[in-house]
Ligand binder design. Structure first.
Ligand code: ZN
Length: 270
């Protein structure tokens, strides 16, 4: 699943290719938009909001797309061959005489008035990479459901927007928090939220994601996708387990030594 920083970087690249130029090509290959023609409109900006990509046009319309698990936007010189997958996977093409932006398996395509974007993305919590990032509000939303496991709460984009499964795993490792800890018993939520903000901000320009500072294969993450391998800090074998309610469960990864199960002080004794 693309992380918030991947979406942010995609938005920035699309913005570089498209902003301040008129669309000479605009194919939207989904039935609901078959009659929508954005050709000739000038792109004002492409921005990310959480994991949504918003292409704002001078006509007062916004095209929303979402990468979900498998989507991507490829940017190629106009006229060059596309290489992101089979033609049937292309759901959108936005182009000008210099660049073509090809949306492979992009989801949730919709065109709305720009001043009604909030109806599409307004349910999101504070955006870790947004101009209006609000750490206090993120902590407040985390604590709305104190019994919920922290690993699940961090993935809920209504709580705070931008964290995917990789950052969830890595953040909890660095804070020494077991992923199944009830959110209300996590010792320092503001510290966790602050680290999330710093980590995504630091990584947002990096082509290769790393949380350890190393780009060596197998050492660029502390625990993510490292089941059975030794913890880079203490040598204990990393473990993993599904977390969440099917079919929405995602694997959690943790070091049993660095992230011990928290003692729950107020557990009912019934
Ligand atoms: Zn460890």
């Amino acid at each position: 699943m693309p992380e918030g920083d991947t979406v942010w970087l995609t938005a920035r690249r699309l913005n570089t290719a498209l902003a301040d130029r008129a669309l000479s090509r605009a194919d939207l290959r989904v039935p609901a938009l078959a009659t929508t023609d954005l050709t000739g409109m000038t792109v004002r900006a492409v921005v990310s909001r959480g994991k949504h990509l918003l292409t704002r046009l001078d006509s007062g319309l916004t095209l929303r797309s979402h990468l979900r698990m498998d989507g991507s936007w490829r940017i190629v010189r106009t006229g060059r061959p596309w290489s992101g997958g089979p033609a049937y996977a292309v759901r959108a093409v936005l182009g000008n005489p210099e660049w073509e932006c090809v949306g492979y398996r992009v989801h949730d395509l919709a065109v709305v008035p720009t001043d009604r974007e909030a109806e599409l993305v307004g349910h999101l919590g504070p955006d870790l990479l947004g101009p209006d990032w609000d750490a206090g509000e993120a902590v407040r939303r985390l604590l709305l459901d104190p019994a919920r496991e922290i690993g699940q709460a961090l993935l809920d984009q209504r709580t705070l927007a931008g964290i995917g499964n990789m950052y969830k795993a890595e953040l909890l490792f660095l804070r020494g928090v077991h992923p199944f800890t009830p959110t209300g018993t996590v010792g320092d939520l503001p510290g966790l939220v602050d680290l999330a903000h710093r980590m995504l901000s630091r990584n947002k320009d990096a082509p290769e994601q790393s949380t350890t500072g190393s780009n060596r294969r197998g050492e660029n993450f502390w625990v993510y996708l490292r089941t059975g391998r030794p913890c880079l800090r203490c040598g204990t074998a990393i473990v993993s387990a599904d977390q969440g309610v099917p079919p929405y469960q995602r694997p959690a990864f943790w070091c049993p030594t660095c992230q011990p199960v928290a003692e729950v002080a107020a557990r009912p004794s019934s």
